[in-house]
Design a protein around this ligand. Structure first.
Ligand SMILES: Nc1ncnc2c1ncn2[C@@H]1O[C@H](COP(=O)(O)OP(=O)(O)O)[C@@H](O)[C@H]1O
Ligand SMILES: [Mg+2]
Length: 303
């Protein structure tokens, strides 16, 4: 393993300003961890509620640094053959069949084929190996890592510890640079202590009002500041209710886009109630929020 590539960021503030240029609004906590991870060559484990910009952070850092993004989407049942590499059996079989034909003409024997079918052209490279073999700078996104089984988690840990892979038939492949690695988790289960120890930890929660407003202004072109302000304030108050599923940043954005499309300049209780299904995905949550919106606007109107 060689040293990390020359540093991509000068300071946490540079990370924050840089991310802004690619439309990602980071707070100090996010910028600080990204800065450190890059300096220390450590993976970042990003955790937090759904739709708060965990996946987008990796994508935006890749965009900002001009790195190739290699993504490993995790799911239950993901194994080494889909995460690391596997041999292309179909192609190997075809090769063997072709060989049989050649052999009947008195050509090469089995040992030649064996060497041949376990060589580069028969290898199917999966994201982890791809990231390790890359010559150019890469950002490796291991998305929703909490979905994999413990065995696969152990494999990830192994890779993230030495950035090398040994392929029995081919030898050991070592990274020539340490990729910037992001693991995201929605916390559906606890990850192993060992994996956590290997990573820098970053919790991304719902943004504060100011940052969410900036996100809306950046991601919803054409929206007025006043409407953006109103949208994030209402979302904020809805998030404070006891809900099955609180609205995420992506839902705030969907709602803002909807209101803009409907030509709404200012949200009143009625428009909010009519469009709540964009923000909330459970009928009981919608009813709760509608009730709250109506009562809060009547109290403020009677003030
Ligand atoms: N800090 C942010 N700056 C800009 N956009 C954001 C930010 N956080 C969330 N978003 C928006 O919300 C969407 C959903 O974020 P995503 O990264 O998919 O969430 P998750 O945390 O579930 O991975 C993104 O595509 C992006 O448009
Ligand atoms: Mg995600």
């Amino acid at each position: 393993m060689t040293d990390a590539a020359p540093s991509r960021f000068e300071s946490p503030a540079a990370v924050r300003d840089g991310l802004r240029t690619v439309s990602y609004l980071a707070d100090e906590g996010i910028a600080g961890v990204v800065f450190l991870a890059e300096r220390l060559g450590k993976p970042i484990l990003v955790e937090g509620p759904a739709g708060t910009g965990k996946t987008q952070l990796a994508k935006s850092v890749a965009e900002l640094t001009g790195s190739r993004l290699i993504r490993l989407q995790c799911y239950e049942g993901l194994d080494e053959s889909k995460a690391l590499y596997e041999w292309n059996y179909k192609k190997q079989l075809l090769r063997i069949q072709a060989q049989r034909v050649a052999e009947s003409d008195g050509h090469e024997g089995w040992s030649d084929i064996e060497e041949d079918i376990f060589s580069e052209p028969f290898l199917l490279t999966r994201p982890l190996l791809e990231a390790i073999r890359a010559d150019e700078p890469v950002v490796l996104l291991i998305d929703e890592v909490d979905r994999v089984e413990v065995e696969t988690e152990a494999l990830l840990l192994e890779i993230l510890s030495d950035y090398q892979v040994s392929i029995p038939e081919l030898g050991t492949v070592s990274a020539t640079q340490i990729p910037l690695v992001f693991l995201t988790s929605n916390n559906t289960r606890e990850l192993s202590e060992a994996l956590k120890r290997r990573c820098l930890f970053l919790h991304i929660d719902y943004p504060d009002i100011e940052r969410e407003k900036e996100i809306v202004l950046t991601r919803v072109p054409g929206i007025t500041e006043a409407l953006a302000d109103q949208v994030v304030r209402i979302v904020r108050s809805i998030r404070s209710l006891e809900l099955k599923k609180a609205p995420s940043v992506s839902e705030t954005l969907d709602w803002a886009r909807t209101l803009l499309l409907l030509g709404i300049e200012s949200v009143d209780a009625q428009t909010a109630t009519e469009t709540l299904h964009i923000l909330l995905k459970y009928q009981s949550d919608i009813e709760k929020a509608a009730k709250d919106l109506t009562s809060s606007t009547t109290t403020s109107a009677s003030r």
